[in-house]
Each structure stands twice: as structure tokens, then as C-alpha cells.
Design a protein around this ligand. Structure first.
Ligand code: AMP
Length: 629
């Protein structure tokens, strides 16, 4: 079948299309309606159906393929390797679930998971959905303020964490950051479950903190049945940045997500039971949720979980793992590939990579040079796919499982099944019909299965943030600019809002500004994303001081430290410039676009609204190319 026909069917006959895809999932109670759009844009997929995500990811495979590897963990941080078969994974998940029960966790409770890349992070996620509890994984690179915001919003009964993570061989204590976050949060969890790896002795709070090793031993061997939940029951909340300083809790359902992931594995990622997938992301990001944990396990595959850097001990490490575990499918990010490109093809090519079918990349634009280099180095399809935390699986991509196709270089591909992708003119609100016209990438309702259901506990914010009614139709905005060529290939041109993308990680500039503002010497700041050859974008901060005379390198270091301590090292601006004033409109809005243009040495465009042009002229002076004479 041609892919275009399948896509057409998914839009015009969703009942037949998604009904067929749903056969890949075990339903405890069959659904009675494929799609209920009566509350659109709040869609219900597979209404009446009951299932359990953990049953689909673990139990059903433990019954049919118990001795097949399910989870292969490799850490170059602590030099350890562990493999769990499906039968062993089920034992581990049940021990964790029994611990949750002993700590009072029941259906609908939230379990916040703040963990490094260790197998227990996956056990913790699977144990939560096993009980019908809702997990919220917070990326281990975030620090206490980011964590506190999420604890307060998700109000978890239980937090699962570890003594420490490790980066570049150096232990990074988690427990003090977590304790500080709980102190800052108005909501306090009843319990904190600690996986002690023996890296940094954690201080335990009596009555609240529980050691997992003791619990595991006590609960080992107990059978914990899966809690059957309605298809629309939330499986998880994952926070992501937007225009405001307050992260949004993206809420995902259970049934729609399971079906969408199974379909994506078949159509896009070409994975089947018995295959091995290696996704180099982190469980704290959406790619990790979908393609380290749920999709490969739902499909009965083995997932490789890696803790460490891509170039330590050397740039061959990922490829050594591909060779050792006969990896069939690899999924990574453009920044990682650019880092490897700098190290040279030799490190990759010295390994036997014949098991590898394709390399998928997502999270940020894949530049043509890196794409061409990868293609040449690996000799397999390099498949870019475009999506976001909100979607949970690709919006644009290439469905090689249906029809082999090579999109234009630099393109993220075509709309995936279920997606009615439109480019909308930001001025007129018209749907752009022709080729090569730049517009905002929007999705016409209904959103497909697997897409976010709403913002956690804030339906109004979901509607207000994402939705627009144009010409009587409802459109979800991705907040990305895009363009489509005559062949239907889409190109993503960057965000329309104040979200920046540093090495594939998404940050709201307002969150960083709010953190900078907490330093006593700071009057005001503006943070913008500036193009960077390696990381895609870097965060650059322009800061005005209460007393301009205080500007110094030491103060610059202090401001950077504040951001690092509050949000995490990943959010720390790469450059901090102390300036006399920020360019603003007469109504007081900071002209961030002009700042970004100046920092990228581009023309700042129309400056007629600027209150005091000298502020921008002074900043332009900072970015002038160095004079040659
Ligand atoms: P996140 O929610 O953290 O996954 O970030 C999603 C954002 O990353 C999107 O809205 C895009 O701006 C960007 N993005 C993700 N994948 C791609 C891609 N393949 N090409 C270009 N930009 C991408």
C-alpha cells in the first residue's frame, strides 16, 4: 500500500484505521468506540476499553518470551552492565509495585520519579502504571527550583529517587537537591523511596525516607496484579517549558498512547518482537518515555539503557554497544551526532554495525552536513522525525515500514498517520495551500491517539495555550515555523515563541530570567536563544544591574551559579552580558527578537517601536566581528 493512501484512511476513516492498529494491544475489556470527539479538542480514544500499560509492556511478553532480554543496561559512569529478561523485568517491577503498595500508593496517586539512567528508573515507571498510579519523571539534570515547581504541581504521594547520578565519572548527589526541593514546595510527599547506589551516602529523614534495597528484599516474590484502567485514564504527566515561567504538565492517556506507540514502531521505526533498540536519550525527556521505555517494550523488543557520555571513554562507545548487543534500531539527537562528527568517522566504522537497519534522530533540526556525513559513515537510512513533548510520538517523519521514501535533505518528512498538519499564515490566519510558503505548523482537530489529553489539572490552560479557531475549524499550534516543498516534505524553521532548544533540550527563556532575577544585584534580564554550530542554540543572557558599577567576572560567575543551583547546569546561559539597558518598546516589552538578531549578527529589522535605540546600539557593539587591523 502507498503511504499516502494509509494516511488518507487514518484521517477519513479513523474507526477502521485505529481500530486495526489497536489489535497490537491487549485489552482487558474491549473498547466500544474507537474515537469519541464529543468534547473535542479533548478527544477520547478507545472509549469503554480497559487495559494496563505495564501488562502490555511486560507481563504479556514475560508469558510468551520470558528468557528474551528486555532491558540491557550499560553504564560507563560506574562501569557496570546488567541484562534483565522479560521474566526478570516482571519480578523487578512487581517488587517495586509491592513497595509502592506498602507505602500506600493506589490508583490515581502521583509518583514523581527523579532518577539517573539506571534500571530502577524504568522499574519505577512501570510499577506506577501497573497500579494505575500516574508517574511524573523529572529529568535528573534539573535542580531544586525546577523540581519544586513540579512537586507542587503534581502533588505526588511518593517520590522515587537515588543517592546520586554520575557525569563524566563524577558523582552528582541527587538527595540534597531533592530535600531542598521538598522544603521549597508547599506540597510534601508522604514518602521518599531511595535507590542507594553507594555513590554519595544519602541523609535519610526518619519516617519519610525509605531505602529501596530493604524494601525490595522484603517484597521480593510477591505477586502484584495489574490494575485495569479505562483507556482515557492518565498514564503520566511530563512537564515541559512554554512562554510563561511555569512549566506545563503534559498529561497523556493510556489506551491511545499504547496504540500510537505500537503503530509508530511498525510504520516508522521498523521494530518487531525480538529486535533490539538503542535510544540515547534520557528517561526524563519524552523521547525516553516513548522510545527507551514504552514503545520497544510494548513491541516485545529489548531496549538498551545507557548511562554515560557519547565520547567517554571514547567516541566508539555507542557503536561498541551496537556491535555487542546486535542493535537493530538506533534513535539519537543531532547534537550528539555533531559531537561524534567532530571526533571523526573512524571511531564508528571500526565496529561491526551490520545489525543496524536505520538511525533515527529527533529533538532539533538535523542540518544537511551532519545528515550527509551520517549517511556516508553508516550507509543506512538516516531518518529525521519531528515531534514534541505534547505529541508523544512523531508528527512528521518517514513511514518506511509502509513505503520506502527518502525525503529532501534537511526535511523532517511528511505528516504521520492521524495528523492533519497545516501551515497557517500568522498574519491572515489562512491555511497556506501552495508550496514553499512559510507558516506556523498547526494540527487540525482531532488530535490523534497518544497526543496530550490536556494540561494536568488545567483544561483552561490547554485551550488557551494551544488552540485557535480559524474559519470555523480548530487548530492546535506546535509553535514552530515550517515550510513545505512541492513534494510535500516539511522543513522546521524554529520556534515562534520564547522557547529555546539547547542540544535538543527545551527551555523557556522566562524560567531562566526568573532565576537570574533572584540574584540580589540584578535589576532585570532578557534571555534569548542564539544559533550555535554544535548545540543548535545556546542561551545568552543580557543583564542590567541595580548598580552598574558592580559588573565583574566574579558577579557573572555568581549569576551563572544561581541558575545552575536553581534550575540545573543544563539551563545555565553560555554567555552573560552586563548591559546598561535592555531594548524595549514604548509599552515596556523587551525586544527579544532584536536581541537575538544582534547576537547572531543579523539585521534586527524594524526598530520603529523601540523606546531608546541606544540600548541596542550598545549591545550591537558587543557582537561586532573582531576587526582585522
Ligand atoms: P520537546 O518538547 O522538548 O521534545 O521539544 C520539541 C521542539 O523541538 C519542537 O517544537 C521543535 O521546535 C523541536 N524539534 C523536535 N524535533 C525536531 C526536528 N526533527 N526538527 C526540527 N525541530 C525539532
Amino acid at each position: 500500500m502507498r503511504y499516502a493512501e494509509l494516511h488518507e484512511q487514518s484521517i477519513h476513516d479513523p474507526k477502521a484505521f485505529w481500530g486495526e492498529q489497536a489489535k497490537a494491544i491487549d485489552w482487558h475489556t474491549p473498547f466500544t468506540q474507537v474515537h469519541d470527539g464529543s468534547r473535542s479538542p479533548f478527544e477520547t480514544w478507545f472509549a469503554g476499553g480497559e487495559l494496563n500499560l505495564c501488562h502490555n509492556a511486560v507481563d504479556r511478553h514475560a508469558a510468551t518470551r520470558p528468557d528474551q532480554p528486555a532491558l540491557i543496561w550499560h553504564s560507563t559512569e560506574v562501569n557496570q552492565e546488567r541484562t534483565y529478561t522479560y521474566a526478570q523485568l516482571l519480578d523487578e517491577v512487581q517488587a517495586m509495585a509491592a513497595t509502592y503498595q506498602a507505602l500506600g500508593v493506589t490508583k490515581g496517586d502521583r509518583v514523581l520519579i527523579y532518577m539517573p539512567m539506571v534500571p530502577e528508573a524504568l522499574f519505577a515507571m512501570l510499577a506506577a502504571v501497573r497500579l494505575g498510579a500516574i508517574h511524573s519523571v523529572v529529568f535528573g539534570g534539573f535542580a531544586s527550583v525546577s523540581l519544586a515547581t513540579r512537586i507542587e504541581d503534581a502533588s505526588p504521594k511518593l517520590i522515587v529517587s537515588a543517592d546520586a547520578g554520575s557525569r563524566g565519572g563524577k558523582a552528582m548527589a541527587y538527595k540534597p537537591l531533592l530535600d531542598k526541593a521538598i522544603e521549597l514546595s508547599a506540597h510534601k510527599p508522604a514518602h521518599v523511596l531511595i535507590v542507594n547506589r553507594g555513590l554519595v551516602a544519602p541523609e535519610m529523614t526518619a519516617g519519610r525516607d525509605v531505602d529501596y534495597a530493604e524494601q525490595r528484599q522484603a517484597q521480593w516474590g510477591k505477586s502484584v496484579p495489574c490494575e485495569w484502567v479505562a483507556s482515557e485514564h492518565p498514564s503520566y504527566i511530563l512537564y515541559t517549558s512554554g512562554t510563561t515561567g511555569k512549566p506545563k504538565g503534559v498529561q497523556r492517556d493510556t489506551g491511545g498512547y499504547a496504540v500510537a506507540l505500537a503503530a509508530s514502531m511498525k510504520h516508522i521505526y521498523l521494530g518487531a518482537a525480538g529486535d533490539t533498540m538503542f535510544t540515547t536519550s534520557d528517561v526524563g525527556w519524552v523521547v525516553g518515555h516513548s522510545y527507551i521505555v514504552y514503545a520497544p517494550l510494548i513491541a516485545g523488543m529489548a531496549t538498551v539503557v545507557y548511562e554515560g557520555l557519547p565520547i567517554r571513554p571514547d567516541a566508539g562507545i555507542w557503536w561498541q554497544l551496537v556491535e555487542q548487543h546486535r542493535v537493530n534500531i538506533m534513535f539519537s539527537a543531532p547534537t550528539a551526532m555533531r559531537i561524534l562528527k567532530k571526533e571523526g568517522a573512524e571511531a564508528i566504522q571500526q565496529h561491526k554495525l551490520d545489525s543496524l537497519r536505520a538511525l533515527f534522530v529527533a529533538g532539533e533540526p538535523l542540518d544537511e552536513t551532519t545528515s550527509a556525513w551520517l549517511q556516508q559513515t553508516l550507509g543506512i537510512p538516516i531518518v529525521d522525525n519531528y515531534w514534541q513533548t505534547e505529541s508523544g510520538w512523531p508528527i512528521l517523519g518517514t513511514a518506511n515500514g509502509v513505503e520506502r521514501r527518502t525525503p529532501a535533505l534537511g526535511s523532517a518528512g511528511v505528516p504521520m498517520v492521524g495528523y492533519q498538519v497545516r501551515l497557517i499564515d500568522d498574519q491572515s490566519g489562512e491555511v497556506l495551500q501552495g508550496a514553499d510558503q512559510k507558516g506556523v505548523v498547526m494540527i487540525e482537530a482531532p488530535l490523534p491517539p497518544g497526543f496530550m489529553q490536556t494540561v494536568w489539572r488545567d483544561d483552561a490552560r490547554f485551550l488557551k495555550t494551544y488552540w485557535q479557531e480559524l474559519g470555523g475549524k480548530h487548530y492546535y499550534s506546535t509553535f514552530d515555523w515550517g515550510i513545505r516543498n512541492a513534494a510535500g516534505d516539511h522543513f522546521i524553521l524554529g520556534r515562534t515563541d520564547d522557547v529555546i532548544n539547547v542540544a535538543g533540550h527545551r527551555f523557556g527563556t522566562r524560567e531562566i530570567e526568573a532565576s537570574i532575577a533572584t540574584h540580589a544585584a540584578v535589576a532585570e534580564s532578557a534571555v534569548v536563544g542564539v544559533a550555535d554550530q554544535l548545540k543548535g542554540q545556546i542561551a545568552v543572557a543580557f543583564v542590567t544591574l541595580k548598580d552598574a558599577g558592580q559588573a565583574s567576572d566574579a558577579l557573572r560567575g555568581e549569576v551563572a551559579k544561581v541558575v545552575e543551583q536553581q534550575l540545573g547546569a543544563v539551563a545555565r546561559p553560555s554567555q552573560i552580558h552586563f548591559v546598561g539597558g535592555l531594548p524595549k518598546t514604548r509599552s515596556g516589552k523587551v525586544l527579544r527578537r532584536a536581541l537575538q538578531a544582534v547576537a547572531e549578527q543579523r539585521d534586527p529589522g524594524d526598530l520603529s517601536t523601540i523606546e531608546d535605540p541606544s540600548t541596542l546600539t550598545a549591545i550591537q557593539g558587543l557582537f561586532k566581528p573582531a576587526s582585522v587591523d
